[in-house]
Design a protein around this ligand. Structure first.
Ligand code: ADP
Length: 406
């Protein structure tokens, strides 16, 4: 399949009219389950919000509420300057000036590619020649100019999803909703379509709300990420801030960890490193003792000397020390139990008295069974007070965590 995205000279003309999205006190119950447990959310016009969370955290319910296919039990949704749902009012999806791209493509089977894309324009009563011009232009942009006469069953999954994307952006709605649009595609197609979604959405000027359980997709696409946990929005922030300062251990875990190590605070001190855009800081660092070693870390919440903590470690914070070198901020010793080739180098799983760290990168492979020293960068380590509530994360079946031994 050829990708014509960069060959097409035409650009999607921006509507310049993205809807600001405002959600207040959104509650949705299914029997005893709070699918939405009181959500407040603001998305500025033209921003790209990704809602990230495991299966069952409430993502679909929230996006379906924005779309208008689900009614709230309590709360309000405002799109642009229109209140579209509250206790009394509920605007139908077609009255909300939005378009949605679904996981299963949801094209009209009896219409051709051109028919599917043109339908959105005919509904807006655009003159025929203008509608045809815009349809042809957007199909060219997504690399489907040659396939305009085909029916959905004559297309691959990736082609169908590009038709769905074209159909969504062609009428220049104020809000674009994406419901896990890449999850049925294989890795290569997924990445190419992700780039098309990012490009076309931003060019269109629409506000976007995109749901996924895939953290790398979320980080790659979002201006702003909202993390959902059991129907609550637990953090809403720029991707860089979420990565550097996850608000809870759940957020840290769900956005990628090498591991979690039990430790105890032995000192607190000011963080002297300057804050940057990709590395914000609130000025507090702690020294955590893990298996007899002292490690520097950031801290979330007020921590004092003697507190038991869980030290969460981002993969990027780990590196294998060359023999004879000292780590500037502390290191842990462990035995290499797994080596995985990743193309640009090797990921190692290392187990020591403090616990296990996975995804420890090194350009060269270390020998299985050998003892190595792992340096830890405090910029990618966050300490949280250990609380008996942490095991509740296990209520989700698909959150991957790295197990701790020792
Ligand atoms: P996600 O999209 O993050 O997987 P959902 O919004 O689909 O989460 O679901 C949130 C919670 O609401 C889950 O516990 C789910 O089982 C429940 N739920 C969703 N839709 C229904 C429904 N139609 N009937 C009963 N429970 C539902």
């Amino acid at each position: 399949m050829t990708d014509h995205t960069h060959q097409a000279a035409a650009h999607v003309e921006a509507s310049g009219a993205g809807h600001a999205v405002q959600v207040r006190g959104a509650v949705k119950r299914y029997g005893p389950v709070h699918a939405l447990a009181g959500i407040d959310l603001d998305v500025a016009a033209g921003r790209f919000l990704v809602l990230l969370g495991p299966s069952g955290s409430g993502k679909s319910t929230l996006i379906r509420t924005l779309a208008g296919v689900e009614r709230l039990d309590q709360g309000q949704v405002t799109l642009g300057n229109r209140l579209v749902s509250d206790g009394a009012r509920h605007l139908a999806p077609e009255q909300r000036n939005l378009a949605m791209v679904f996981q299963d493509y949801a094209l009209w089977p009896h219409l051709t590619v051109a028919g599917n894309v043109g339908y959105a324009l005919r509904r807006r009563r655009l003159p025929g020649t203008e509608a045809a011009r815009r349809s042809a232009e957007i199909l060219e942009r997504v690399g489907l100019g040659q396939l305009a006469g085909r029916y959905p069953h004559e297309l691959s999954g990736g082609e169908q999803q590009r038709v769905a994307l074209a159909r969504a952006v062609v009428a220049r709605p104020g809000l674009l909703l994406f419901d896990e649009p890449l999850s049925n595609l294989d890795a290569d197609l997924r990445e190419r379509l992700r780039v098309q979604i990012a490009t076309l959405t931003r060019e269109s000027g629409a506000t976007a709300v995109y749901i996924t359980h895939d953290q790398s997709e979320a980080f790659a696409l979002a201006d702003v990420i909202g993390v959902l946990d059991h129907g609550s929005l637990v953090q809403l922030d720029r991707p860089e801030a979420i990565y550097a300062r996850p608000a809870t251990p759940f957020v840290a875990r769900f956005t990628g960890l090498a591991g979690e190590l039990p430790g105890r605070i032995v000192a607190t001190e000011p963080d002297t490193r300057p804050a940057t855009d990709s590395d914000p800081t609130d000025g507090v660092e702690v020294v955590v003792q893990v298996a007899g070693r002292r490690l520097r870390s950031r801290a979330i919440g007020a921590l004092a000397v003697g507190d038991e903590v869980t030290l969460t470690v981002r993969p990027a914070a780990t590196s294998i020390l060359a023999a004879g070198r000292a780590a500037p901020f502390g290191s842990l010793q462990g035995v290499v139990v797994d080596v995985a080739y990743r193309g640009r180098g090797y990921d190692h799983v290392v187990t020591g008295p403090g616990g296990t760290l996975a995804a420890v990168f090194d350009p060269r492979p270390q020998v299985r069974g050998s003892t190595v020293e792992i340096a830890l960068d405090p910029a990618g380590c966050i300490a949280y007070r250990t609380s008996p509530q942490q095991p509740t994360e296990r209520h989700y079946s698909n959150v991957t965590t790295v197990s701790i031994s020792g």
